[in-house]
Design a protein around this ligand. Structure first.
Ligand SMILES: [Zn+2]
Length: 406
């Protein structure tokens, strides 16, 4: 969307506001606009006016440390959505709800958060931020919204640069028309100038980008590209593996989906792919919301197809119902995060569960890469994830597939 189109939409919303609309409608209009921009909207608790001039957080805690600005979603910022129906459902739950935007690669936004108006000018001139950048007035300071640099892989972003907070992956900013506890509303600025521009979001000014990179941000490397770009002519195969387990008399047959590197998954294997992926993630007790994101992305990459969230959730719940035997046998990731110190081992364990039904270095690598991005705090770099996928796949191919018949 061009800056011009964006302003047209904003003006249309302003007209509706003038004619009088409910908070619910207002939140829906803005959410729709942000989703159309490709941004992920995060439902947050809102503010309720208990008595004139006295706002409290709609979470119900009168002592709430973060009134009107913490996520309503169970998995925090990772619950940010690009589905307007999800926003509508949350509004049913909380008609006072505020909204935020998940920053980082998902929305393609790098936000700079300066929480003190007194330092805004100094910061702006220090890092040469132009006057026509999309900005937002917050309760105490200002946000600047930039395009997330394409040559960053999202790892190692520093939390601060100078006097500002840097917000990328795993972070969020409250967004217009959210209400601030001070009674003011988050307000987008520089709209007139934005309206004359081709791109809504500007690139980071070189000085600012350099300063953030000095703080340790990682650049894309070859491995990363290798993991996310899949093209090629190979096709997937269903591999049947028949063998007699130790101590047993009768042979068993295992079926695995074999996806050669660079290959897409053929249409008739698509269901097998998503069911097996779900199965492995359910066994690892990975939260439903993460499973949904992983499966959606895997289907997009390997099958060029969209899969409905409801289909995934239904399958997750069906499989969970059948799973009693597995519990305790594998990793438990129900907390939704993989902390530093256990990232390598945990991703390796997940990969080992995946390899029971899926084979292929690119495939395992891509699934682990998405899980790494969603759950590891902070994420491992691409090289490390690739090497886990490689060692798992080598093991399968050398030990198990050596005698397989296709
Ligand atoms: Zn609260």
């Amino acid at each position: 969307m061009t800056g011009r189109d964006f302003i047209k939409h904003i003006l249309a919303i302003h007209r509706e506001v003038k004619s009088g609309i409910t908070w619910r409608k207002l939140i829906m209009l803005y959410s729709k606009l942000y989703i159309d921009l490709g941004w992920y909207v995060l439902p947050c608790y809102g503010l309720v006016e208990l008595e004139p001039g006295r706002l409290v957080c709609s979470c119900g805690n009168p002592e709430c440390p973060s009134p009107g600005k913490h996520p309503r979603t169970l998995n925090g910022v990772y619950g940010a959505t690009n589905d307007i129906n999800v926003i509508a459902n949350y509004l049913e739950l909380d008609p006072f709800m505020n909204i935020a935007i998940a920053t980082g690669e998902r929305s393609g936004i790098l936000a700079i958060d300066i929480d003190n108006l007194d330092v805004v000018d100094r910061f702006k001139s220090q890092f040469e931020i132009p006057d026509d950048v999309l900005a937002q007035k917050t309760g105490k300071g200002k946000h600047y919204l930039f395009k997330y640099p394409e040559d960053w892989n999202g790892n190692g972003l520093p939390n601060r640069v100078g006097e500002a907070e840097v917000k990328g992956n795993g972070r969020y900013i409250m967004i217009c028309p959210a209400k601030h506890i001070k009674g003011v509303i988050y307000k987008l600025e520089n709209l007139e100038k934005i309206g004359k521009k081709e791109n809504l979001l500007a690139d980071l000014p070189p000085k600012l980008k350099e300063a953030i990179e000095k703080g340790g941000v990682k650049k894309n490397d070859a491995d990363y590209n290798y993991l996310v770009s899949f093209s090629g002519s190979g096709i997937s195969k269903i591999a049947k593996l028949t063998y007699v387990p130790k101590g047993k008399k009768n042979p068993v047959t295992e079926v695995r989906l074999f996806v050669p590197d660079g290959a897409k998954v053929s249409k008739n294997h698509a269901e097998f792919l998503y069911k097996c992926t779900i199965n492995a993630l359910v066994i690892c007790n990975i939260p439903e919301a993460v499973i949904v994101r992983v499966v959606k992305e895997v289907m997009k990459i390997f099958c060029d197809s969209e899969i409905l969230e409801q289909v995934i959730i239904k399958e997750v719940r069906r499989q969970k119902g059948n799973l009693i035997n597995y519990i305790g046998k594998t990793v438990d990731l129900s907390s939704g995060t993989i902390p530093e110190g256990s990232r390598n081992n945990t991703l390796f364990s997940i990969g080992c569960v995946l390899k029971e039904t899926l084979v292929g270095e690119h495939l395992i690598g891509a699934i682990l890469w998405i899980i790494n991005r969603e759950m590891c705090k902070p994420p491992l770099n691409a090289r490390e994830v690739s090497s886990i996928a490689r060692s798992i796949t080598n093991y399968v191919v050398n030990r198990v597939f050596r005698n397989a018949t296709f």
